[in-house]
Every structure is written in structure tokens, then in C-alpha cells.
Design a protein around this ligand. Structure first.
Ligand code: NDP
Length: 291
């Protein structure tokens, strides 16, 4: 007796979510603005709703995964009243502030609200390596944990609806830092005709070796203790400047590197001799801006 689930939004991700629910035997109702994207899911057994209202009415759990929060509100806003007594699971990418506002709006209409961050690409959905972070209603997560488990490994953070997107975007920030670094590295060796594919395995093993340092740096950040630094910041700033010089010499843009260099220099200027790697995080703090 699987819980019926509605999936609103059948982009690449919504289709994968609906597919995983069908694979797990959940009666699945789908709705999308462009109805043609529902065809293959219908063949697999999904019920295609003609209206959003019909889609919401079909299931106690309504998953929404569209482009952004503005679209979520555009689609669900006119039908807020019909959300009462249901669990709204919003897997759309957005900010913590948007998630909190949406939680307030949905709970104001009598729905239970869970916000989620999908740490996976569509092909991973339904497999354990697809991590999906949730925050919001603890009762709703407890009730539907097994159902959400059909989508990937469901990890509940806490009752603050904003936390799933905070973690999600923070993890993406780390990912883009890594990708940006790789793009720079590939462009640098590419300037001497080294194929990126030939260089990539070396980058992978280097990055793997370097990630080992992260928990130690993190502990020093948390405790405020100075790092027992084998790699002091002044030394790092000198070699960092060499990365920029070499890039320029090879005809490669330094736009991805300049902000990191500015941060290193600011930390060194602020702390003179005492700057260490963990102190960099403090340099990044600014006052929150309300958008
Ligand atoms: P797609 O671009 O494939 O799909 C976008 C979806 O939003 C479609 O269902 C589209 O409908 C709908 N949509 C956009 N604008 C409107 C509108 N004005 N009114 C109604 N519906 C609208 O994106 P994905 O499915 O890949 O992504 C969906 C969410 O999942 C995003 O928030 C994304 O960040 C997140 N995500 C995606 C990942 C990925 O790798 N794909 C990874 C992790 C998270 P229509 O088909 O009619 O255009």
C-alpha cells in the first residue's frame, strides 16, 4: 500500500522523480505546463492530471519541482486553499529566505511543508547515491520518509524550512569552486595542447588528496584555534600570484582566480604575520542583505 504522490513539474528532474515513484509502485499523478512531457510517464502508469487542481486533489503528498520559486507560487498560488491537510514537498532550487516564506505561506493554508535540496542529477534519482536533503515539518518527514526514500537517500536536517536550501546552495558553492578550478587547470595545460581528457585523471587524484585536509581546516574554523600550519598564507599568496602570472603568460584569463587572490591578500593585510587558512572564512563574513 504505497502512498499516492503527485508530481508537479516534468522537466528533466521532475520526470526522473515521477519515474522513481512509479518504479516503487506509488500511484503517481503528474502535471506539467507542457503536457507532452507527460507522455512517457503515462505509458509507465502515471495518471496525467488535466489541471493543477486535479493534480493536488489526487494525492496526500504533492511534490513540486519546477524552475524556481516564482513558478511554484505562480502554479500553486491560485489553488492555495486546496493544499490543506496535504504535505507539500518543494524540491525546487531556491534560497533559504524563499523556502521560509513558502513554508509560512503553505502552512498558513493548512499544509505540512517540507523543503528539499536535490544533490544529484536526474539519472541518479531513485538510487541511494542521490542525496536529497529535507527540512521543515518533522511530522511530515516522519510520516513520508519511506515514500521520499523512493527518490534517493532522504536526509532530514531540522524544522527550519530554510536549512535544506542553505546546505544545498553551500554544497553547490563548493562544487562550483572545484569546477572553476578544473576549468582553469584544463585551460592552462590546454594552452600547450595537452588534452583535457589526458590531464583530468591527474586532477582527480590531486583533488582527492587535497580534500583530506578539509575536516582539519573545518575544526580549526569552528574552534578559532590557529592552524598548525605547514602551508602558511604568505607562502600560499606567493605561489597563488604565480598561478595568475603563468595564466597571463599562457594567454588564459585570470577572472576566476582574482577573487581568491583578493581574499588571500586581504587576510594577510588584516592579520599581518598571523594569517592562516582557517582565518579566511572570517574574512568572508558580511552583514546579511535582505533581498
Ligand atoms: P527543466 O528546465 O528541465 O524544467 C523546468 C520545469 O519548470 C519544467 O517543468 C517547466 O515546464 C517548468 N516551468 C518553467 N517555467 C514555468 C512557468 N512559468 N509556468 C509553469 N511551469 C514552468 O529543469 P529541471 O527539471 O532540470 O530542474 C527543476 C528543478 O530541479 C530546478 O529548481 C533545478 O535547480 C532542480 N535541480 C535540477 C538538477 C538537474 O541536474 N537537472 C539537479 C538538482 C536540482 P515546461 O516543461 O512547460 O517548460
Amino acid at each position: 500500500n504505497r502512498t499516492p504522490v503527485t508530481v508537479i513539474g516534468l522537466g528533466a528532474m521532475g520526470r526522473a522523480l515521477a519515474g522513481a515513484l512509479l518504479d516503487n509502485g506509488h500511484p503517481t499523478t503528474v502535471w506539467n505546463r507542457s503536457i507532452d512531457k507527460a507522455k512517457r510517464l503515462a505509458v509507465r502508469g502515471a495518471t496525467v492530471a488535466n489541471t493543477v487542481e486535479e493534480a493536488i486533489a489526487a494525492s496526500p503528498v504533492v511534490v513540486v519541482c519546477v524552475l524556481d520559486y516564482a513558478v511554484v507560487r505562480e502554479i500553486l498560488g491560485p489553488l492555495s486553499g486546496s493544499l490543506a491537510g496535504r504535505t507539500l514537498v518543494n524540491l525546487t532550487n531556491g534560497t533559504p529566505k524563499q523556502a521560509r516564506e513558502t513554508a509560512e505561506w503553505a502552512t498558513g493554508y493548512g499544509a505540512d511543508y517540507l523543503d528539499g535540496g536535490i544533490m544529484a542529477v536526474p539519472v541518479m534519482i531513485g538510487r541511494p547515491e542521490a542525496l536529497i536533503l529535507y527540512s521543515g515539518s518533522p511530522g511530515a518527514f516522519g510520516l513520508h520518509e519511506r515514500t521520499l526514500g523512493a527518490l534517493g537517500t532522504a536526509t532530514y536536517l531540522n524544522a527550519d524550512a530554510g536549512h535544506a536550501s542553505l546546505y544545498d546552495l553551500a554544497l553547490l558553492a563548493a562544487m562550483y569552486g572545484m569546477f572553476g578550478g578544473f576549468y582553469q587547470a584544463a585551460a592552462m595545460v590546454g594552452s600547450e595542447k595537452v588534452p583535457a581528457a589526458e590531464f583530468a585523471p591527474m586532477v582527480v587524484s590531486w583533488l582527492n588528496a587535497m580534500t583530506v585536509a578539509l575536516p582539519t581546516v573545518a575544526e580549526a574554523m569552528d574552534t578559532g584555534a590557529g592552524a598548525d600550519d605547514d602551508s602558511n598564507l604568505q607562502m600560499q599568496a606567493v605561489s597563488f600570484a604565480n598561478i595568475l602570472s603563468a595564466s597571463r603568460e599562457q594567454g588564459i584569463s585570470t577572472e576566476l582566480l582574482e577573487p581568491m587572490q583578493a581574499l588571500l591578500n586581504r587576510a594577510i593585510a588584516a592579520q599581518r604575520g598571523g594569517a592562516d587558512t582557517p582565518s579566511l572564512i572570517g574574512m568572508l563574513r558580511t552583514d546579511p542583505v535582505s533581498a
